[in-house]
Write a protein that binds this ligand. Structure first.
Ligand code: FES
Length: 63
């Protein structure tokens, strides 16, 4: 029986995925992480996209 992986959506934050992971981007680029738990950016503000760099915590200036 195949063990199911847990993927956890964080409110206003990343998507937490049990690692290690291999992420295939639309461009064909492949990003790999060997971490036990990998945070994938869901806000698209990360400078290390598709990995979360905590940029989602920054407030966006109004006006
Ligand atoms: S979710 Fe963390 S930088 Fe985008």
């Amino acid at each position: 029986m195949t063990e199911r992986r847990t993927v956890r959506m964080v409110t206003n934050g990343p998507i937490m995925v049990e690692g290690p992971v291999r992420v295939e981007m639309p461009s064909g680029e492949v990003v790999e992480s060997d971490r036990f738990m990998v945070a994938l950016c869901a806000c698209k503000r990360s400078k290390t996209f598709p990995l979360c760099d905590t940029s989602h915590r920054r407030r966006v200036r109004a006006g």
